[in-house]
Ligand binder design. Structure first.
Ligand code: PGA
Length: 254
């Protein structure tokens, strides 16, 4: 089964209501490949989610940037998976490296969040990736495998999971992974899934790349056999996000 190209825009903690409306207007006016070719999901901060959902074109979807690890209740400042479901927010990003690093989210905690969100009916963009130190010490695959294992230990149905491989050293730094570096890890991750989950999950689960993706580097990255799309930070706030969505076309000629 072909894996549909997936382009996510992670707006992180950015934007005013006016700026957010402007970004949505740009997206709404854009000519992009059809939904059969590319799945587009944008992730505004929580407070803008209902507004973005209400004004965004119907062929694009929204994602939250996080959700609580279990049922809501006395957890000040958190937003539960149930609330996202209630507002018909279909997707959630979990395990982003900024949360792992700055908010001390462990592999197990991220795994628990992924399992809980899936059980509530959300679709999950689950992020994994190594730091520069880990890459330089040769432990990239061990790190990424351990992060993925914590998810695999808790999840049996992978049909609503997209894995985002985001090397921490490439996020927000302008130092994009080379197409060969991205392909190598995506290929290894797919082999890990084949060995530890199933051949079917390995063949069908989308593994997208994130970290300094922009309008200039997206085509070559997207042309790699195991790169099934992108999770885009900085460039998702700019009109070049449209070019990144259009990179889905590279798979047609592949
Ligand atoms: P970046 O962020 O594109 O700004 O590097 C990617 C991400 O954090 O998802």
């Amino acid at each position: 089964m072909a894996r549909k190209f997936f382009v996510g825009g992670n707006w992180k903690c950015n934007g005013t209501a006016e700026e957010v409306k402007k970004i949505v207007n740009t997206l709404n006016e854009a000519q992009v490949p059809s939904q059969d070719v590319v799945e587009v999901v944008v992730s505004p901060p929580y407070v803008f989610l209902p507004m973005v959902k209400s004004i965004l074109r119907p062929d694009f979807y929204v994602a939250a940037q996080n959700c609580w690890v279990k049922k809501g209740g006395a957890f000040t400042g958190e937003v539960s998976a149930e609330m996202l479901v209630n507002l018909e927010i279909p997707w959630v990003i979990l395990g982003h490296s900024e949360r792992r690093a700055l908010l001390n989210e462990t592999n197990e905690f991220v795994g628990d969040k992924v399992a809980y969100a899936l059980a509530q009916g959300l679709k999950v963009i689950a992020c994994v990736g190594e730091t520069l130190e880990q890459r330089e010490s040769g432990s990239t695959m061990d790190v990424v495998a351990a992060q993925t294992k914590a998810i695999a230990d808790r999840v049996s149905n992978w049909s609503n999971v997209v894995i985002a491989y985001e090397p921490v050293w490439a996020i927000g730094t302008g130092k994009v992974a080379s197409p060969a570096q991205a392909q190598e890890v995506h290929d290894e991750l797919r082999k890990w899934l084949a060995k530890n989950v199933s051949a079917d999950v390995a063949a069908t689960t989308r593994i997208i790349y994130g970290g300094s993706v922009n309008g200039g580097n997206c085509k070559e990255l997207g042309g790699q056999a195991d790169v099934d799309g992108f999770l885009v930070g900085g460039a998702s706030l700019k009109p070049e996000f449209i070019d990144i969505i259009k990179a889905a076309e590279v798979k047609k000629s592949a």
